[in-house]
Write a protein that binds this ligand. Structure first.
Ligand code: ADP
Length: 259
C-alpha cells in the first residue's frame, strides 16, 4: 500500500461508525499498462534479430553456397546473436538495479583508473574516427559501486561516440564544481530536441531509432544511467542543442567524494 495510497475515512453509521477504505486504482492500472508495454517491447526487440537469424540459417542450410558466401552469412549471424546478447545483458543489469533498493556499497572508486578504462573503450569504439579528449581536473575519488558507475559512465561515453558523426569531438571531464563533483560527457553530435530530453531515461525510448539500431543500441542505456545515479544520490543533467551537440553530466553530492 505504500505505492498505491489507501484512503481511510470514518463516517457515522447509526449509533456506530463506518470505516471506508478506498483506493485510487488508476495508479495500479498505469503500472499494469507499463508492465505490458515493457514485455511487448522486449519481445519485439528479441524477435527482430531472431527472425533475421532464422532467415540466414535457412539460407545457409538450403542453398549451395561457396565458402566465401557461407562465411559472410556466418558473420551476419554472429552480429545478430551479439545484438541479442547485449540486450539480455542490459535487461539483466536493469533488473538487478531495480530489484535492489539498497544503496550501493560505498567503496572507494579509483577515478584515474576508471577514466583510463573509459578512454580505452571510447577509442576502441571510435576507431580513430573522432577527436576524443579526457580532462581530469580533480584528483578526488568517489564512494560508490565500481561496476555500476563504470556501466553508467560507459553508457554516456559510448552514446557520445555512437551518435557523433565521423570527424566530431567527444570530451569527457572529471571536475569538482563547488562542493559537488561531476563527470561530464560532451559531444558535437546531432543534439536532441528539448521535448525528447525528459523521456530519454525511459526504457526503450529512442529519438533516432535507426541510428540506435545501426550502432547496436538497446534503448536501455539511459535507463541504466538513471538508476545508477539515483542509487548514488546524484543527479543527471542533460543539455543539448539540435545541430550543435549534447552534454550529459552526472553530478555527485559532497558525501560521495572519498575522504
Ligand atoms: P540507445 O541504445 O538507443 O542509444 P539509450 O537509452 O542509451 O539507448 O539512449 C536513448 C536515446 O537517446 C537514443 O536512442 C538516442 O536517440 C538518444 N541519445 C542518447 N545519447 C545521445 C547523444 N549523445 N547524442 C544524441 N542522441 C543521444
Amino acid at each position: 500500500f505504500e505505492q498505491f495510497s489507501l484512503e481511510v475515512q470514518i463516517f457515522p453509521y447509526g449509533d456506530k461508525q463506518k470505516l471506508v477504505l478506498s483506493q485510487d486504482i488508476s495508479q495500479i492500472e498505469k503500472t499494469d499498462a507499463m508492465r505490458r508495454d515493457f514485455v511487448a517491447n522486449v519481445s519485439h526487440e528479441l524477435k527482430t534479430p531472431l527472425t533475421v537469424l532464422a532467415g540466414f540459417l535457412e539460407t545457409v542450410s538450403e542453398l549451395d553456397l561457396n565458402e566465401e558466401e557461407r562465411d559472410r552469412y556466418l558473420e551476419m549471424m554472429s552480429v545478430q546473436t551479439g545484438r541479442m546478447k547485449t540486450l539480455v545483458e542490459d535487461l539483466l543489469t536493469l533488473a538487478k538495479l531495480e530489484g535492489n533498493p539498497e544503496p550501493p556499497i560505498s567503496q572507494v572508486v579509483n577515478m584515474p583508473n576508471m577514466l583510463a578504462r573509459l578512454k580505452l573503450d571510447a577509442e576502441g569504439l571510435s576507431q580513430g574516427k573522432h577527436q576524443i579528449s579526457f580532462d581530469q581536473s580533480s584528483d578526488k575519488n568517489i564512494l560508490g559501486d565500481d561496476l555500476e558507475l563504470y556501466s553508467a559512465f560507459g553508457n554516456l561515453v559510448s552514446n557520445a561516440v555512437r551518435y557523433t558523426p565521423e570527424g566530431g569531438k567527444v570530451c569527457v571531464t572529471w571536475a569538482q564544481i563547488g562542493e559537488e563533483i561531476e563527470l561530464c560527457v560532451s559531444d558535437t553530435g546531432p543534439g536532441i530536441a528539448a521535448e525528447h530530453i525528459p523521456r530519454l531515461t525511459e526504457r526503450f525510448y529512442r529519438v533516432d531509432r535507426s541510428r540506435s539500431r545501426e550502432t547496436g543500441g538497446t534503448g536501455l542505456g539511459m535507463a541504466i544511467v538513471k538508476h545508477v545515479i539515483n542509487r548514488h544520490h546524484g543527479e543527471l543533467k542533460i543539455e543539448s542543442t539540435v545541430g550543435v551537440g549534447s552534454r550529459f553530466c552526472l553530478v555527485f553530492p559532497k558525501q560521495r567524494i572519498a575522504p
